[in-house]
Design a protein around this ligand. Structure first.
Ligand code: ZN
Length: 143
């Protein structure tokens, strides 16, 4: 049994469907403590058996922002400024986390704050491979 969650940016340029095994209770979410997400109020979730299908209407109206270790791409809508998801390419595979603030439903969420500052790049990538959404497709319509 899978739960399907729809979300996207504010203007609708970036849309996604996130599927995850039906949770027992609330969906665990994590307020990211990195300097970018502190400024954006980014709160994310993922699932190692989940699936993310994103659709971008106009890719020229989007930006991929990197900083720090430059191992993650923050997908930003240039029209409305929302960051619906973040991807990381590890050993040729794409992994993702989704921003729960861009969900359109009213799924029950439970936050578990964490801070990964000080983590080495290697252990960061291993953690992402273990926890992030392993099946990611990004379809672009134009641009
Ligand atoms: Zn937008």
């Amino acid at each position: 049994m899978m739960r399907r969650i729809e979300g996207g940016c504010h203007c609708g340029n970036i849309r996604f469907e996130f599927e995850l095994p039906e949770p027992d209770g609330a969906i665990a979410v994590r307020a990211c403590g990195c300097s970018f997400c502190q400024k954006h109020g980014g709160v994310y979730t993922s699932h190692p058996a989940g699936k993310l299908a994103a659709r971008i209407a106009d890719v020229s109206e989007t930006e991929r922002y990197r900083f720090g270790t430059a191992t993650a791409d923050f997908h930003i809508c240039r029209a409305c400024g929302v960051v619906p998801f973040v991807t990381s390419e590890i050993d040729g595979a794409l992994y993702a986390v989704v921003n729960v603030n861009s969900f359109e439903g009213d799924d029950e969420l439970e936050s578990s704050p964490s801070d990964f500052d000080g983590e080495t790049v290697d252990s960061r990538l291993v953690r992402r491979q273990r926890n992030w959404i392993p099946e990611v497709t990004i379809e672009t319509v134009a641009g």
